[in-house]
Design a protein around this ligand. Structure first.
Ligand code: GLN
Length: 500
């Protein structure tokens, strides 16, 4: 075996930096979002949770369109730059929203507009940057897995820095300061676009030195003209503004839309006559796995909503010499990813050498169990604690650590399963299933966060009543715990379906 350190193409580090700045922008903005909503725009927690769910849910839906348009008309490079600029505009609009926060007649339209731009822009950025990583290598190159791990570090470097920098500028206790967090996010987004523009020509090339991320040769030139692209993105942004507004303010249709998407996609795939039974079994595994990740992310993504309320109101953040801003807690997950990922990778290698490495579905069940244990930990911390009492930050920190171990068991494994099992013909459509499951989970995260108990209010979901924080966190213990146990039982069956 070669002992030389694997050398990756320079392009990987370009994509690392581009993605890092974009995630800085996304997670930095998300770190202060519900704080801005409840403290500056004076929404109640239920409404702020709904906004959070609709926004983050739609963020995972537009990549379906962005991936499609890039493959057929624009190519990855152009889509990333265009999407990045649209997101930067979104942050700028939110900056003005934050500036005029005391005047709802100005602030509210700016708010929905800013969210709409963020959603539309992300749809063109996220799927395209991810798919470029693999294109830097020859098909089947053994370095690709390591490349995605390095890229995931870029994601989380941004995810760790964004909440801290945006939080330091925006989460100061003064409502008028939130705008600086949006501006900091916007600056990061501009840095991301500049990185991409400066280095794409020279470094984003495949193993043969050919430029990657170009528009397909047969793409109509008309659709690549800058005014046409700008017009399209502008119309799409209007549509996403309307979509987010209708879901939040008029009728919550979004979950039904996603059910419709999944039903349509499963019909298209399962009724396809060219797929044989073995391929269909593999597709069935992917659908099953996507179903279970909904339970994971809907509990995990409480980070940006209910867990932020908890950090703000129920966590002792005063260190004596420094009061830790609430938003900083949202960087913990990313900090733990960067520090714990090598340990988890090492454990899989060790187990692999002993021929004891668990199957992918089994690892995902473990991820769900770790998530449940994280919530059990924090539920214990708040057991018997009266309203308004603040508990040690060790409960929140310990929970985020367990959640991150769970993420590392589930997220990279789920994604690579899609790469391995999807029939080539339906690779993109099945990736869409993964994104749709994420969209569903994020929307559901908003629904669950709205159950957050306060002022003696009793909430309930599917017959489960919540009147205090312990019961609230136990809800996630039950949900993720039951999902995990079912997946443990199914895992050997799924493994057989995958391997046949
Ligand atoms: N934290 C990762 C990212 O932002 C993964 C999130 C997810 O897959 N839901 O890309």
């Amino acid at each position: 075996m070669s002992t030389t350190v694997q050398k990756h193409p320079k392009g990987l580090y370009v994509l690392f930096a581009t993605e890092m700045w974009e995630r800085f922008n996304y997670y930095g903005m998300r770190a202060i979002l519900v704080l801005f909503l409840t403290k500056a725009l004076l929404f109640d927690k239920v409404f702020a949770s709904q906004v959070y769910g609709s926004y983050t849910g739609l963020i995972y839906l537009t990549p379906l369109l962005g991936g499609y348009i890039a493959d057929r008309y624009w190519g990855n490079n152009r889509s990333i730059i265009a999407g990045g600029l649209v997101m930067a505009i979104g942050e700028l609009v939110l900056f003005f929203c934050g500036h005029f926060y005391e005047n709802p007649a100005i602030a509210m339209p700016l708010f929905y507009t800013g969210l709409g731009f963020m959603i539309a822009g992300n749809g063109f950025f996220k799927p395209n940057i991810s798919s470029m990583v693999g294109q830097l290598y020859q098909k089947g190159d053994s370095k690709i897995d390591a490349a995605y791990t390095i890229f995931y570090m870029g994601i989380n470097t941004g995810g760790a820095l964004g909440p801290i920098v945006c939080g330091a500028f925006g989460d100061t206790g003064v409502s008028g300061d939130f705008k600086w967090a949006f501006l900091a996010g916007g600056v990061a987004m501009i840095l991301s676009v500049i990185t991409q523009i400066l280095f794409q020509k020279k470094y984003l090339v495949d193993a043969e030195g050919q430029a990657i991320g170009q528009a397909p040769k047969d793409a109509p030139a008309f659709f690549q003209k800058i005014p046409v692209m700008a017009g399209f993105l502008f119309l799409l942004s209007l549509l996403t503004i309307a979509m987010v507004y209708v879901d939040i303010k008029i009728v919550s249709y979004f979950l039904w839309l996603l059910v419709g998407c999944i039903s349509l996609i499963s019909f298209i795939i399962f009724s396809d006559k060219t797929l044989n039974i073995i391929e269909k079994k593999k597709v069935a595994v992917l659908f099953t796995v996507s179903f279970f990740v909904i339970f994971f992310w809907s509990a995990f993504e409480q980070a940006g909503a209910s867990l932020t309320y908890f950090a703000e109101e129920n966590t002792q953040r005063d260190l004596g010499f420094f009061e830790v801003p609430t938003s900083f807690f949202q960087s913990l997950n990313s900090i733990f990813v960067v520090t714990l990922a090598p340990l988890v990778a090492w454990i899989w290698i060790k187990l692999g050498k002993m021929n004891k490495e668990p199957s992918s579905p089994f690892k995902m069940a473990m991820g769900l169990m770790l998530l449940a244990l994280g919530y059990l930990w924090i539920a214990t911390g708040v057991n018997g604690v009266g309203a308004g009492v603040k508990v040690s930050m060790i409960w929140l920190i310990g929970m985020y650590m367990m959640h991150t171990f769970g993420e590392l068991c589930l997220s990279p494994i789920g994604l690579s399963l899609f790469n391995k099992l999807a029939p080539i013909k339906f690779a993109s459509l099945l990736m869409a299933v993964w994104f749709t499951a994420n969209a569903f989970a994020n929307k559901l995260a908003g629904v669950f966060s709205a159950l957050y108990p306060e002022n003696g209010k009793i909430t309930s979901f599917a017959g489960y009543q919540i009147s205090n924080l312990n019961e609230f966190f136990m809800f996630f213990v039950f949900m993720a715990g039951i999902a995990s146990i079912i997946l443990f039982f199914l895992s050997s069956k799924l493994k057989n379906l995958m391997e046949n």
